[in-house]
Design a protein around this ligand. Structure first.
Ligand code: B3K
Ligand code: ZN
Length: 884
C-alpha cells in the first residue's frame, strides 16, 4: 500500500506539548536487500508499552511502500491497521508484541538526500543513509523520536560485485556468501540508541585503517572509507581522528566504546557530517585534504569537523536529547568541545577570533531579524530548519559561559556528573544545568534564561574615574534585544571578564570591594539590569578592557575615545581583545567615512596598525587579522537602510586608506619577504606567513592593481599548494586582472576531476563584487559541471553569490532576488533542506534601503504564493516575510 500523498501538516510542534512516548522499542532487527533502484527492508520491532498510557501503537513512516505487516507472527488484514498522514496505526499491539513490516524504498530516486539514497552515478555510486533529524521514518515504520532508544541488529544483503563493501553502525557480527553472487554482513550495536543515529553504507569504497587502543584499554579499528579517487586524501583526517580521541580521553575522560569506528566520505550530503553511532558519514569537503587542493583554513575545518563528530559519541550519542527542542544540548555542547580542542591544537586566540567572527557574521544577523529564535526554540514546523547558528554557535557560547563560571576543574567535575548520570538516557537542558550545578554546589538555573530568549542582548558600559578618591567605577547595564520576544525578560547573568590598563599600556592591579587579593584580570557577573563595580587605588583614569576573550555573547556598547581603543589595540595582552579593539576602531573609521568626515578613529586605526606592521609585537597570523576590518555583513548590521554596494565601496575605501598609510613600498617589501618562504608545511608559522602574505597583497592591490595582479600571477604559477594558489586566483579575478581568465582556465583544467577544487572555481567567480556578478552566475549555471542536485555545487555557486557577495546579490534592479526565488522553486522540488537553507539569504531584507527592500519583498512574496512548497521552504519564507 502506498501512502496517499498528503499536504504536510503545518501545525507547529511545541515544546509545551511534549509527552513521554507511549511505546518503546526494546530491540530492532533490520534486514536489507539492497539495490540501486529498489531496496527492500524487513523490520522486526520488540515493543514495550508504557503501563501508564493507553494510546494505540502509532509509528512514523513517510512515503513508504508497505509490502507486508504482521503482529506477533500473524499477517494483519487491512482492517487492522491504517497508514495515512505519515502515521501507521496498528490495532491489537500489547506490551511485548513483535511487529514485522516489509517496505520497498527507491534510493536512486531520492534527491532529498534524506533516508536511503544514492551518492554518485547509478552505475558506480554507493548507497548510504542520513537520518537526523527525522530521516529514519523514510526507511521504515518506527517511533522516530530521540527518546525511543533501542538495540539494533542490522543485516545487509546485496550483490557482491555491485556492493563489495557493506557497513552499518555497531560491531561486526558475521558475514558470508549467498547464492547468485550475493553476500551478507551483520552488525550488532550493544548500545541502545535513538533512530536518528542509525546508518548504513554499501558500494565500492576503498579504506585506510589504523589500530587504536583507548585509554581504558579497548583495541579499536579506525577505518576511513572513500571512493578510489579520494582515498589518498584521507590521511590527514585519520591523524585528526586519533588526536580527537586522545584529547577526549584527556580533557573529559571519555573513551570510545565499540570495536570499530568507521568514517565514510560522500560528495552528496546536505550538511557537513553526521555522527551516526560507529559509522560517521562526512561531506567530502569536511574530510578530504591534501596540499594540492585544500587551503589552510580548510585543513583546520577538517580537523574540527572530525573532532566534532567524534565528540558526539558522548555528547549526543551516549547522552542524547529527549526531544528536538533540546538540540543545543548536543550541538552547542559539542561545538564548545570542538572549539576547545581546536584551540588546544592551534593558536587559542586566533581560534577565538575566528569563532567570534563567525558568530557575528552568521548568528547575530539571524538573531536580529525575523528568523530569530531562542537556543531552545519553543516551536517549529520543520526541525531541519533549526540546525542554525543560534543552536550551534550561540549554544556553544552559553556552554562557554557555564564553563567559565565553574572554572576548569569545576566544569570537568560537572561534565563527569552529567555524562555519568545521563549515560544511556535522553536528557534535557535542565538535566545538563542540574548536573553541572550539583557537582559544584551551585545553582546555575539563572542561565536557563539564556536558552529561552532570542536576540543578542546589549551591554552598556560606562566608566567614571574619581581622582581624589582614586577610584574607578564601572557601571554595566543590560538591555534585551528587540527580537527577545514578549515573554519574561528577566535579567540574564552576563559574565564580564575585565582588566584595566594604565595610559602607558601596563595592566593595573585590581582591588575591588575592599578585597585584599590582587589580580590583573577578573570576572564580574552582571545579574541585574544595572550594577556598578568600584575599583580602588586607581590614581589616573584607566582604559577598561571589557568582555575579554568575548566572555558573553552580547553587543558591547562603550563610549571609548579613539585613542583608548588604539591603546588596547597596541597593548592588550588578550589576543582576542586586541583584535576586538581594532575592529571597533575600524568600524568607527568606517562610519567617519560614511558620514563624510574622516577623523580621529581613522587616524588612530591607521597609526596603530602602522606601528604593529613595522614591529614584531604580534605574529604574522594575528597581524593579518588585525589588518582586516569587519566584513560587509557585520558593517551592515550597524546600518538602518542598508545599501550593500555603498558598504562595499566604503569598506574598500577604508582599506585603501590603511594601505596608503602602510605605503606601497613597505607592502611590496613585506610581500616579497613573505613570498620567499614557499612551503606546504602546515605548522602554525607557515600558515601564518601565507595568511599575512594574502592580506598584504590584497592591500597592495588597492594601491597598485596592476603590480599586485602581476605578483598574483606569479604566485599562482609557482604556488606549492592550494592556499597560495586560491588566494592568487581570487585576487586576479576580483581585481579584474588581465591574467584572470587564463588563470581560471588553467585552474579548471588542472582540477577537472576534483569536485571540491572545482567548487572553489565556481565560488571564486560567484564572489566577484558588483553588479556584473549576476551575469557570471548565469553563465556558470550553464556550465556542464553545474547541477542543482549536488548540495556542494549549489553552495559553491548560488550560496557564495547570495551569501558572500552582498554587492553582487543585492542589485538595485532586484535581479539577484528574482534569480534566487526562481532557483529556490527548482531546488525545493529536488531537495527541500538545501532550498530552505539557501532561502535564509533573504533574511534581513526589511533593513535594506527602500528600493532594494521593495524588490526583495516582491520576490519573497511571489515565492510564498507558489503552490506546493515543501514544509522546509514554506516555514523559512513565511518567517522571513513575517508580518510585512
Ligand atoms: N548532527 C548533524 C546535523 C544533522 C542535520 C540534520 N538536518 C551534524 C552535526 O552537527 O554534527
Ligand atoms: Zn553536531
Amino acid at each position: 500500500m502506498q501512502a496517499i500523498s498528503e499536504q504536510k501538516a503545518s501545525a507547529p510542534i511545541r515544546l509545551v506539548d511534549y509527552r513521554a512516548p507511549a511505546w518503546q522499542v526494546e530491540s530492532v532487527e533490520l534486514d536489507f536487500d539492497l539495490g540501486i533502484d529498489a531496496s527492500e527492508l524487513s523490520a522486526r520491532l520488540l515493543l514495550r508499552r508504557d503501563p501508564g498510557q493507553d494510546a494505540p501503537l502509532r509509528l512514523d513512516g513517510e512515503n513508504l511502500q508497505l509490502l507486508s505487516i504482521a503482529l506477533d507472527g500473524t499477517q494483519l488484514p487491512a482492517t487492522a491497521y491504517r497508514y495515512a498522514g505519515n502515521v501507521l496505526e496498528v490495532d491489537g499491539a500489547r506490551d511485548g508484541s513483535v511487529l514485522e513490516t516489509r517496505v520497498r524504498l527507491r534510493p536512486a530516486a531520492n534527491t532529498a538526500l534524506e533516508g536511503l539514497y544514492l551518492s554518485g552515478p547509478r552505475e558506480t555510486g554507493f548507497l548510504l543513509t542520513q537520518c537526523e533529524a527525522e530521516g529514519f521514518r523514510h526507511i521504515t515504520f518506527f517511533p522516530d523520536r530521540p527518546d525511543v532508544q533501542s538495540r539494533y541488529t542490522v543485516t545487509l544483503r546485496a550483490d557482491r560485485a555491485r556492493f563489495p563493501v557493506l557497513l552499518a553502525g555497531g560491531n561486526p557480527d558475521g558475514a558470508g556468501e549467498l547464492e547468485g553472487g550475493r553476500h551478507w554482513a551483520r552488525f550488532v550495536d550493544p548500545h541502545p540508541k535513538p533512530s536518528y543515529l542509525f546508518a548504513l553504507v554499501a558500494g565500492h569504497l576503498e579504506v585506510i585503517e589504523r589500530d587504536y587502543v583507548t585509554a581504558d584499554g579497548r583495541p579499536v579499528q579506525l577505518k576511513i572509507w572513500a571512493e578510489a579517487d579520494a582515498i589518498g586524501r584521507c590521511h590527514y583526517a585519520m591523524d585528526a581522528l586519533e588526536r580527537s580521541m586522545r584529547w577526549d580521553e584527556q580533557a573529559y575522560g571519555r573513551n570510545y566504546d565499540l570495536d570499530v569506528f568507521h568514517v565514510v566520505a560522500t560528495h552528496d550530503f546536505n550538511m557537513g557530517a553526521m555522527e551516526n553511532k560507529g559509522l560517521n558519514i562526512f561531506n567530502a569537503k569536511c574530510l578530504l585534504a591534501d596540499p594540492d587542493s585544500t587551503t589552510d583554513d580548510e585543513y583546520r575545518h577538517v580537523e574540527a569537523v572530525v573532532a566534532h563528530e567524534y565528540f558526539h559519541n558522548w555528547s549526543g550519542n551516549r547522552v542524547t536529547c529527549r526531544d528536538w527542542f533540546q538540540l543545543s544540548l548536543k550541538e552547542g555542547l559539542t561545538v564548545f568541545r570542538e572549539q576547545s580542542f581546536s584551540a588546544d591544537m592551534n593558536s587559542a586566540s586566533l581560534k577565538r577570533i575566528e569563532d567570534v567572527a563567525l558568530l557575528r557574521r552568521a548568528q547575530f544577523p539571524e538573531d536580529a531579524g525575523p528568523l530569530a529564535h531562542p537556543v531552545r526554540p519553543a516551536q517549529y514546523s520543520e526541525i531541519n530548519n533549526f540546525y542554525t547558528a543560534t543552536v550551534y554557535e550561540k549554544g556553544s557560547e552559553l556552554v562557554r559561559m557555564l564553563a567559565g563560571a565553574l572554572g576548569q576543574e569545576g566544569f570537568r567535575r560537572g561534565m563527569d556528573r552529567y555524562f555519568d548520570r545521563n549515560d544511556g538516557h535522553a536528557a534535557t537542558l535542565e538535566d545538563f544545568l542540574a548536573a553541572l550545578g550539583e557537582a559544584n554546589d551551585t545553582d546555575l538555573t539563572p542561565y536557563l534564561a539564556w536558552y529561552g530568549q532570542a536576540g543578542t542582548p546589549r551591554l552598556k558600559a560606562r566608566g567614571h574615574h574619581d581622582a581624589t578618591r582614586r577610584e574607578y567605577t564601572l557601571t554595566l547595564i543590560q538591555h534585551p534585544s528587540g527580537t527577545a520576544g514578549t515573554g519574561a525578560r528577566a535579567p540574564l547573568p552576563i559574565p564580564v571578564k575585565l582588566a584595566l590598563f594604565a595610559r602607558n599600556g601596563d595592566m593595573l592591579p585590581l582591588h575591588m570591594d575592599g578585597q585584599t587579593s590582587v589580580c590583573h584580570e577578573l570576572v564580574v557577573v552582571l545579574d541585574q539590569h544595572e550594577r556598578s563595580f568600584v575599583f580602588t587605588g586607581i590614581a589616573d583614569a584607566p582604559v577598561a578592557s571589557l568582555l575579554r576573550g568575548f566572555s558573553a555573547p552580547v553587543i558591547l556598547e562603550c563610549d571609548y575615545m579613539p585613542d583608548e581603543l588604539a591603546l588596547l589595540l597596541a597593548h592588550d595582552v588578550d589576543g582576542f581583545n586586541r583584535w576586538e579593539a581594532g575592529q571597533q576602531l575600524a568600524a568607527r573609521a568606517y562610519e567617519e567615512l560614511r558620514d563624510g568626515s574622516p577623523g580621529d578613529s581613522l587616524h588612530a586605526w591607521c597609526d596603530a596598525l602602522q606601528q604593529l606592521f613595522g614591529g614584531t609585537a604580534v605574529d604574522d597570523a594575528l597581524l593579518a587579522d588585525l589588518l582586516t576590518p569587519p566584513g560587509e555583513v557585520e558593517l551592515a548590521e550597524r546600518e538602518t537602510a542598508i545599501d550593500p554596494q555603498r558598504i562595499h565601496d566604503l569598506r574598500q575605501d577604508l582599506q585603501r586608506r590603511l594601505a596608503e598609510r602602510l605605503g606601497a613600498d613597505a607592502l611590496r617589501q613585506r610581500y616579497n619577504a613573505l613570498a620567499g618562504h614557499t612551503s606546504i608545511a602546515l605548522d602554525a608559522s607557515s600558515q601564518a606567513r601565507r595568511r599575512l602574505k594574502r592580506r598584504v597583497l590584497e592591500l597592495l592591490n588597492l594601491l597598485d592593481n596592476r603590480g599586485a595582479c602581476e605578483l598574483a600571477a606569479i604566485q599562482y604559477r609557482d604556488a606549492p599548494g592550494m592556499t597560495d594558489r586560491l588566494a592568487a586566483l581570487a585576487l586576479m579575478v576580483h581585481g579584474r586582472a588581465a591574467q584572470a581568465e587564463a588563470a581560471l582556465l588553467d585552474f579548471r583544467q588542472r582540477y577537472a576531476g576534483n569536485a571540491l577544487a572545482l567548487d572553489k572555481w565556481f565560488a571564486v567567480q560567484a564572489q566577484l563584487p558588483g553588479e556584473s556578478a549576476l551575469d557570471r552566475v548565469l553563465a556558470l549555471e550553464a556550465d556542464p559541471a553545474f547541477t542543482l542536485k549536488n548540495p556542494n555545487r549549489v553552495q559553491a555557486l548560488l550560496g557564495s553569490f547570495v551569501r558572500s557577495n552582498p554587492s553582487g546579490f543585492h542589485r538595485t534592479d532586484g535581479a539577484g532576488y528574482r534569480l534566487l526565488a526562481e532557483r529556490l522553486v527548482a531546488l525545493d522540488a529536488l531537495n527541500p533542506q538545501v532550498a530552505a537553507r539557501l532561502a535564509t539569504a533573504f533574511n534581513g531584507w526589511q533593513r535594506l534601503e527602500p528600493l532594494r527592500r521593495a524588490s526583495a519583498r516582491e520576490a519573497i512574496a511571489g515565492l510564498e504564493q507558489h503552490a506546493g512548497l515543501s514544509r522546509n521552504l514554506a516555514e523559512i519564507i513565511g518567517s522571513v516575510l513575517g508580518g510585512h
